[in-house]
Design a binder for this molecule. Structure first.
Ligand SMILES: Nc1ncnc2c1ncn2[C@@H]1O[C@H](COP(=O)(O)OP(=O)(O)OP(=O)(O)O)[C@@H](O)[C@H]1O
Ligand SMILES: [Mg+2]
Length: 597
């Protein structure tokens, strides 16, 4: 909602200026292949100049033919001129293509680099499918315009002006009449062009909506089936596709109106030229060659003129698309940290590390506090269990530790250094995080295990890690062992197995801080014991923080934190909390899935 309001407000503040500006900014973002661009412009200009002299030469030759003076040589000259013109044209369009593709690649890479470094809350507020559409459709429109239309427009303008000048030189009286047709054409086409732009921008939005809908459905396919919402989703999809269809037809109608206007005007000019020309030839004012040259010029003008008439609508399209892309590009990303000197946060030994939350309050959306005045201390070499009802803010604490969200009140510091002052990348390298609903990436078991690992790990080491989490046999028996594909296109693992793969990954990476968001229902009691042993193993000399749903985990923690509606209402050992914290006692007795045996 907020975003929508923002964008309408944004539209009101002089949209024109803002968007033209974003197109200019995008030109600056990507590195251009300068040499190829320069050559492509040179070739385009040469080929334009060539097209301008061809009609004159042809005219002269025609006069020679009428005077019966045509020799083999002149015919050969004519043919080679046409050939040379063709080659020039081919080279210049090939070069333009190169420049365009290179620019597209660069721009995509730059924007993608930006997106991948955007903070998590950007992805909370923007649909994946729309981001994908911006990356594909919109970027293609913009780079097509900047790298292909714009450079060739130079040649088009040159051609049209050149042709008009040449026609004037050949016969100014006729041309004065014909030139009057230009403003008339423009006047007829302009309003249609404007309509076309509006339609084009709407069509881009509809395309983005379509991608959004598709990715939503694919991502949630189980949920959609389980709730039998296929019909409802088909209704949405049908609506969007209907919108795209209507816009396509509208675009078709508009260009169907423009095309005949242009054709009729050209035909009129042609008829006028023939009529006037033949009268001129009869009266001896002009030669047949001159008339041929003039007709030739008229035809040479047609293609660049149509290009020019579509230029405006392409410009509008590109402007619309660039606005969306530039909005993304303009977001503050995680990389833009200006930290200056990063303070030294090392302590003498890992067991004296301290991570402290000082009066931290946080909300995802204004007015809905998720954490309130949280005061917490985590120590190296110890295990802390965070316990509390669903939605109390446990995972949120992990998100703040990971620096996923930066807009909180209060301070978080590590060994007396504010988290804000620590470079995000450096900080995250200290942490292993096993998420609550850990999905595997697409790739092999090995890929998932060594993901983010900044060193090589051999099979022996990897199997040892898998053995510790009790997965060695399972993986060993897979058709390709460690190289078996898992995830979307491969073997499917259960929720518990996935989380154990994540734990094995943490074993390999051996970071100082371990964050473990225990899955609520993924483990049977045997695996539970195993995972518990692993955590014990992992947490030696580490700062371990577990969001725990099992008494076995909670029981052995050095410190338990009870979180209730975003507030810390109790800190202590299991026995301490059992003795005085009523809610904790209730929680342990009635809400935990496994009782202590
Ligand atoms: N990305 C988000 N954007 C907006 N609100 C969020 C977001 N993530 C969580 N919340 C809200 O913040 C509150 C705390 O969520 P959190 O995930 O921290 O709970 P939790 O204690 O981990 O719960 P559970 O035990 O069910 O995992 C919830 O009310 C939730 O709706
Ligand atoms: Mg959670």
């Amino acid at each position: 909602m907020e975003l929508n309001m923002e964008s309408t407000a944004y539209k009101k503040i002089g949209e024109e200026k803002q968007t033209a500006h974003s197109l200019l900014e995008l030109i600056k973002i990507a590195r251009w292949p300068k040499l190829a661009l320069a050559w492509s412009i040179v070739f385009t200009l040469i080929s334009a100049a060539f097209s301008l002299v061809l009609p004159i030469i042809t005219g002269k030759l025609v006069d020679k033919i009428s005077a019966m003076e045509l020799t083999i040589q002149t015919a050969a000259v004519l043919i080679s001129l046409f050939l040379a013109g063709g080659i020039l044209n081919a080279v210049s369009s090939l070069l333009l293509r190169y420049v365009g593709s290179k620019f597209f690649q660069e721009l995509r890479l730059k924007i993608w680099e930006k997106i991948i470094h955007l903070p998590v809350n950007y992805f909370d507020n923007n649909e994946n499918g729309k981001i994908i559409s911006r990356m594909t459709n919109d970027l293609a429109i913009v780079s097509n315009f900047l790298a292909i239309t714009l450079p060739s427009i130079l040649a088009d303008v040159l051609m049209v002006t050149g042709c008009i000048i040449m026609l004037f030189v050949l016969d100014w009286r006729l041309m004065s009449v014909l030139v009057a047709l230009i403003p008339i054409t423009a006047l007829l086409i302009y309003p249609i062009g404007r309509r076309m732009n509006r339609v084009a921008v709407e069509a881009q939005d509809a395309a983005a909506d379509f991608s959004g809908e598709l990715s939503k459905i694919l991502y949630n396919i189980r949920f959609i089936k389980a709730t039998t919402s296929e019909k409802l989703e088909m209704k949405y999809t049908r609506e969007i596709l209907g919108r795209i269809f209507r816009l396509n037809i509208k675009e078709g109608i508009l260009s169907a109106v423009i095309e005949p206007i242009v054709t009729i005007i050209i035909m009129l000019a042609l008829v006028g030229m023939f009529w006037y020309g033949s009268a001129g030839i009869a009266a001896g004012h002009i030669t047949t060659g001159t008339l041929v040259s003039m007709i030739f010029y008229l035809f040479t003008m047609v293609s660049p003129l149509t290009q020019l008439s579509s230029f405006f609508s392409q410009y509008q399209k590109a402007k619309g698309a660039s606005k969306e892309i530039y909005t993304i590009y303009n977001q503050q990303d995680e990389k833009q940290e200006k930290l200056g000197n990063v303070p030294d946060m090392k302590s003498h030994d890992q067991n004296s590390d301290i991570l402290h939350f000082a009066n931290v309050s946080f909300s995802y959306n204004q007015g809905q506090p998720v954490l309130s005045n949280v005061e917490l201390t985590f120590r190296g070499g110890t295990t802390t269990a965070i316990v509390g009802p669903s939605g109390s803010g446990k995972t949120t604490i992990f998100s703040l530790i990971e620096k996923f969200y930066l807009e909180y009140n209060g301070e978080i510091y590590y060994n007396n250094v504010y988290l804000d002052k620590i470079r995000t990348e450096e900080w995250r390298r200290k942490i292993s995080y096993v998420m609550q609903d850990s999905d595997l990436l697409v790739g092999s078991v090995r890929d998932n295990l060594v993901y983010g690992l900044n060193r090589d790990a051999d099979d022996h080491e990897i199997y040892a890690a898998l053995d510790t989490v009790g997965l060695k046999e399972v993986i060993y028996q897979l058709p390709d062992g460690l190289d078996t594909f898992v995830g979307e296109r491969g073997v499917k693992l259960s929720g518990g197995q996935k989380q154990r793969i994540q734990i094995a990954r943490c074993l390999l990476s051996d970071h100082e801080i371990l964050l473990f968001d225990e899955a609520t229902a993924n483990l049977d009691s045997e695996s539970e014991q195993l995972v518990h042993d692993v955590i014990k193993l992992l947490s030696k000399n580490k700062m371990t923080i577990v969001i725990a749903h099992r008494l076995s985990t909670i029981y052995k923690a050095d410190q338990i934190i009870f979180l209730d509606k975003g507030e810390v209402t109790g800190v202590g050992t299991h026995h301490e909390l059992m003795s005085w914290h009523d809610k904790y006692r209730d929680y342990v007795q009635f809400q935990l899935p496994t009782q202590l045996s």
